[in-house]
Structure formats: structure tokens, C-alpha cells
Write a protein that binds this ligand. Structure first.
Ligand code: PLP
Length: 455
């Protein structure tokens, strides 16, 4: 099939006429037209007008190995010819799913040796909800059903994923959360108590979990789910005291710990998994995004030996699964992605060299008059736009300034994401030092222009 030669305006018109976008304001889309991305290579994407843009977000925090790796295209081509589809239901399996399961048991923390494959991170969190309830039922505690999550968490967009998420706007539109899900506060130090000692704040935020378990009754609580660092919630990095306290509470109260590594998995924090960065031993660990570097839709839930033993030995049939669970082409591409990450030591190099450089340079932006705080871990960084630094004064409508800053950034050739008034970068792990310099210069120019536009 040859592709029709369209102008940008043609694409935008067709797009507005037929395509309902995810997470997009349709009024704005129709008024301004969408940004049409046509191709990509390394750390850059190109739009339909030929503009070259540094992708500071690695797509949606997922293109960890960068764009244009032909090995992944070849793996897909080979697998499509050999076995384009078969399922893993009813005692069936196939080599790509088996091989990927084996590799995942090697690269994830030692006690995670089984995987349940899904098509995305949202499906993975639906699986989490099903599996934790199933686990406790098999353990003879069918009342342990409630899953506690956090405000501003993002765990996906299916009914279960959006319910576990703590996003007020999503809940308001969908009559969510569904029953059996509760939320506690997020450990957002700068947003809540910037003057409090961070460790004191971290302990206090973690104690909200103990209080919620007591309120609901330990015998009713199945699990606590959290991202090691909240991503879509605004790169909320917990103080050092937070995770040790959460771990202690989960162990003491006998509830499962679910660590959502959809963003932090496969190198984002400079370690293979956020669980290693924070020394966590998750009972379940949802994964997606960096699993295939976004080249194919695939996700999964890594299941600990503790949970897998019960599900395998005490369960019969688990009445759950997706047509595309462990899809052979997606699995073959993911396996090739993991081979590249391992063989080229991309995560180790990012952690040892690129991440410290990115963080040091990103921190320089803290001097800008518009920036109230910079923060980051590994290959993830954020800054908060404020009206005044001293005394600290926030914008009345932070989202407006954030959107202006995001659009200015794209015009300047850099993709940054805005969450309210927080600007975020999460570039491909393969970004070079020179490209980090380019990212910082473009971000600085963007801050200057945004500042001029609002003062
Ligand atoms: N969990 C986390 C932490 C995420 O950031 C996301 C997506 O951004 C999801 C789950 C949902 O993943 P997906 O968009 O693949 O359904």
C-alpha cells in the first residue's frame, strides 16, 4: 500500500474528522489542530512540517532504547512470518512468550519468577486487582478485598486502572472509583509542607497508610499499590523516610505490596527497576512501556514466589486473561529490546554516567525566576513553575502556565510534559551528553519566553 501524500493541514482535518484521541481536549484539538508526528530516529521525532524535535519524554515515558532500532523491526518481521498469533489460553504456549518469561525472571528482582502477560499497563493493573483478591480467597481470607492506592496516582485508564488511579478529574467523569478501592495522601513534600523536614514529612505521609488500614480493618484490606515515584501525578519523589516506613507497615499488617513499575521499570531511575532503587520486595509488580521500549503494546504483572505458589498450587483455573496476553510478535520484540538493554549495558551506563549529568544540569534550572523547585532521580526530572520564589507564591491557574510552557517548548524543538504547573522530562536512556546540553538550553530558553509572556 502506498501512503497518500498529505499536507499537515490535510492530516489535521482528517484527524479531527474521524479520530477520537485519548487524553485530549477536543475543543482545543479542533481549534488548533493536532501535532502530526511522522517519523523518529534516536532521541528525535519529526513533525509533518519537517520540524526536528528532541523527545524529552521518550514518547509516553516508554522509548527507553530510543527510536529506529532495526533489530526490533527485524524481530517483529521474523516472528510475524513464523507465528504471527497464537494464544496462551487452555494449556497452550509458544516459544516467544516462554522465552520472554524466562528473561523477565532473570532481569527482575530475584523473588519475582513468574509473569502474567497483558496488553498494556492498564490491563496489568486490572490483573492486579483480580489477582490480589483471588490470592486472599485461596488463602481462606475472602474478605481481604480492598486495595489502597494514593491521590494523584496513575495506574491506567480502564475502569479498574482509573479507579486505582487517584486522579479527581478521571473519577468525576466516570463515576469512579468502583467499590473496594480507597485512597490515601501522596508524599508531595513541595506541594504540601515545603517547610517541614523532608524525613518527618515522609514518615507522616506513610503513616496515612497505617491509619487507613486501621479505619478499614486489616481483615478487609488486600493490598497497597503505589508507583516508586509518581509519574503522571507530577514526578512526586518521596522523601527517603517514606518507603522504609511503607514497607514496615505492609509487612506488619499482612497486606500485599504492589509496586507499579510501568514507568520506573527497565531503567528509568538508573537501575533496572525502581524496586531496586528503593530496596522494595513487591508481591506483585506491573510492567509495560519500557518492556518493549514502546515498539509493541505489551505489559505484564511480575508475580512473587509467595503469591505464585498459592495461585499455582492451590488455585485451579484462574478465570482471567486477554486474547493478546503474551502475543508472540510483541513478546519477540520485547525480548529483543531486553537483549539490547542488557548487551549494550544501556541501563548501567545511564545510571552511572548520563543520569548524574542530566540531574546536575537540570538542577541549574532552579536558578530561573520562574522555578520554585527542581527534582529528579535517574533519567526522570521535573520542575515546578511558581509566581514567586520568596515568599513562595503559586500561580492561581498553574495548568495555564504549564500548557503555555509546554507549547513554547515544542516550538523551541523540545518535548516536555506539563502536569499542572510542573514540567517534566523523561528522555530516552540513550540520550548523549550533548543532547542533554541541548535539552537544558531549550528548556532554559522556554522558561525565559514563558516568563516574558506572563509578566
Ligand atoms: N501505571 C503507570 C504507573 C503508568 O504511568 C501508566 C501509564 O502511563 C499505566 C499504569 C497505564 O499504562 P497503559 O497506558 O499502557 O495502559
Amino acid at each position: 500500500m502506498t501512503r497518500t501524500k498529505h499536507t499537515t493541514a490535510d492530516w489535521q482535518r482528517l484527524d479531527a474528522a474521524h479520530h477520537l484521541h485519548p487524553f485530549t481536549d477536543y475543543g482545543e484539538l479542533n481549534a488548533r489542530g493536532s501535532r502530526i508526528i511522522t517519523h523518529a530516529d534516536g532521541c528525535y521525532v519529526w513533525d509533518a512540517d519537517g520540524n526536528k524535535i528532541l523527545d524529552g519524554m521518550a514518547g509516553l515515558w516508554c522509548v527507553n532504547i530510543g527510536y529506529g532500532r532495526k533489530e526490533l523491526a527485524e524481530a517483529a518481521y521474523r516472528q510475524m512470518q513464523e507465528l504471527p498469533y497464537y494464544n496462551n489460553f487452555f494449556q497452550c504456549s509458544h516459544p516467544p512468550a516462554i522465552e520472554l518469561s524466562r528473561i523477565l525472571s532473570e532481569v527482575t528482582p530475584a523473588h519475582l519468577n513468574h509473569v502474567f502477560f497483558t496488553g498494556s499497563g492498564s490491563d496489568a493493573n486490572d490483573t492486579v486487582l483480580r489477582m490480589v483478591r483471588y490470592y486472599w480467597k485461596l488463602r481462606g481470607k475472602p474478605y481481604k478485598k480492598i486495595v489502597i492506592a494514593r491521590e494523584n496516582a496513575y495506574h491506567g485508564s480502564t475502569v479498574a486502572g482509573a479507579s486505582l488511579s487517584g486522579m479527581a478529574a478521571m473519577h468525576a467523569q466516570g463515576d469512579l472509583p468502583i467499590p473496594g478501592i480507597a485512597h490515601i495522601e501522596q508524599p508531595y513534600h513541595f506541594g504540601r509542607e515545603p517547610d517541614m523536614d523532608p524525613d518527618e514529612f515522609g514518615c507522616q505521609a506513610a503513616q496515612a497508610l497505617a491509619r487507613k488500614i486501621d479505619e478499614l480493618g486489616e481483615c478487609n484490606v488486600a493490598a497497597f499499590i503505589a508507583e516508586p515515584i509518581q509519574g503522571a501525578g507530577g514526578v512526586i519523589i518521596p522523601p527517603a523516610s517514606y518507603w522504609p516506613e511503607i514497607k514496615r507497615i505492609c509487612a506488619e499488617r499482612d497486606i500485599l505490596l504492589v509496586v507499579d513499575e510501568v514507568i520506573t521499570g527497565f531503567g528509568r531511575l538508573g537501575t533496572w527497576f525502581g524496586s531496586q532503587y528503593y530496596d522494595l520486595q513487591p508481591d506483585l509488580m506491573p510492567i509495560a512501556k519500557g518492556l518493549s521500549s514502546g515498539y509493541m503494546p505489551i505489559g505484564g504483572v511480575m508475580v512473587s514466589d509467595r503469591v505464585a505458589r498459592v495461585v499455582i498450587e492451590e488455585g485451579g483455573e484462574f478465570f482471567h486473561g486477554y486474547t493478546y496476553s503474551g502475543h508472540p510478535v510483541a513478546a519477540a520484540v520485547a525480548a529483543e529490546n531486553l537483549r539490547i538493554l542488557r548487551d549494550e549495558k544501556i541501563i548501567e551506563r545511564a545510571g552511572a554516567e548520563t543520569a548524574p549529568y542530566l540531574q546536575a544540569r537540570w538542577a541549574e534550572l532552579g536558578e530561573h525566576p520562574l522555578v520554585g523547585e527542581t527534582r529528579g532521580v535517574g533519567m526522570l526530572a521535573a520542575l515546578e513553575l511558581v509566581k514567586s520564589k520568596t515568599p513562595l507564591e503559586r500561580f492561581a491557574e498553574p495548568g495555564k502556565v504549564g500548557t503555555l510552557c509546554r507549547d513554547t517548548s515544542v516550538k523551541n524543538g523540545l518535548v516536555m510534559r506539563a502536569v499542572g504547573g510542573t514540567m517534566i522530562v523523561s528522555p530516552p536512556l540513550v540520550i548523549s551528553r550533548e543532547q542533554v546540553d541541548e535539552l537544558i538550553e531549550k528548556a532554559r530558553q522556554t522558561l525565559d519566553e514563558t516568563h516574558r509572556a506572563i509578566t
